[in-house]
Design a protein around this ligand. Structure first.
Ligand SMILES: [Fe+2]
Ligand SMILES: [Fe+2]
Length: 211
């Protein structure tokens, strides 16, 4: 992303926060993000939006996908009476869960030189990112923790952010954790909504820069 695109993306993110979130602590959280690398960090080291500004762009994309899925899939199901859920979601909860779900990735990626072979089989370097995890607290868990330093989260927001990696988190875990994951999804439609929005956004809507 160009510096102009990064600046525009930052403005969109802050506009969305002010438009959809009225909760106490928002300004403190935005101040924290301003002082971190949130607006310039990549979304991943080697996968979706692995470029400067990617994390903020991904957070916006997940929110927009979540709103589309909510309006077109989740809300009609709730209103039709076919869903196990009867209460509609608040837009503020969708915004908080989606816009802040990956705050765990702030201050986590470090620029580095990576190596690959060129067409002649010679080793050459290219610019990339590596992970430098300073607070190894878990992925969704760490996002919840950072947000809670500045803003209170509802139970459904906590569960949605905690479990947003879905089955990616489950593969190596035991039955107790699988039970928690399953139970969390039964508590609120926000849990499955955020997983679906994140999965679709990262894998269908966002490119990986290949060197
Ligand atoms: Fe994530
Ligand atoms: Fe994500």
């Amino acid at each position: 992303m160009t510096p102009e695109e990064i600046q525009k993306t930052k403005e969109t993110f802050i506009d969305y926060c002010h438009k959809y979130i009225q909760r106490e602590g928002l300004e403190k959280l935005l101040d924290y993000l301003e002082k971190s690398d949130f607006f310039t960090a990549p979304s991943s080291a080697s996968y979706h939006l692995n470029e400067e500004g990617g994390l903020c762009r991904h957070s916006i994309n997940v929110f927009e996908t979540a709103m589309t899925l909510y309006e077109n899939v989740v809300k009609p199901a709730i209103e039709s009476g076919n869903s196990p859920f009867t209460e509609p979601l608040k837009t503020e909860s969708i915004a908080i869960a989606a816009l802040f779900h990956d705050l765990c990735k702030t201050s986590m990626y470090r620029r580095t030189e990576k190596y690959k072979k060129d067409e002649h089989g010679r080793w050459v370097t290219y610019p990339g990112y590596e992970i430098d995890e300073k607070l190894p607290f878990g992925h969704g868990e760490k996002s919840c923790l950072i947000i809670c330093w500045m803003m209170k989260l509802s139970e459904e927001e906590l569960l949605a952010i905690r479990w947003h990696m879905g089955m990616f988190d489950m593969a190596e875990n035991g039955s107790a954790q699988r039970y928690s994951f399953r139970s969390a999804m039964e508590r609120s439609p926000l849990v499955a909504l955020l997983q679906a929005a994140d999965m679709l956004t990262a894998n269908v809507m966002e490119k990986t820069t290949k060197h």
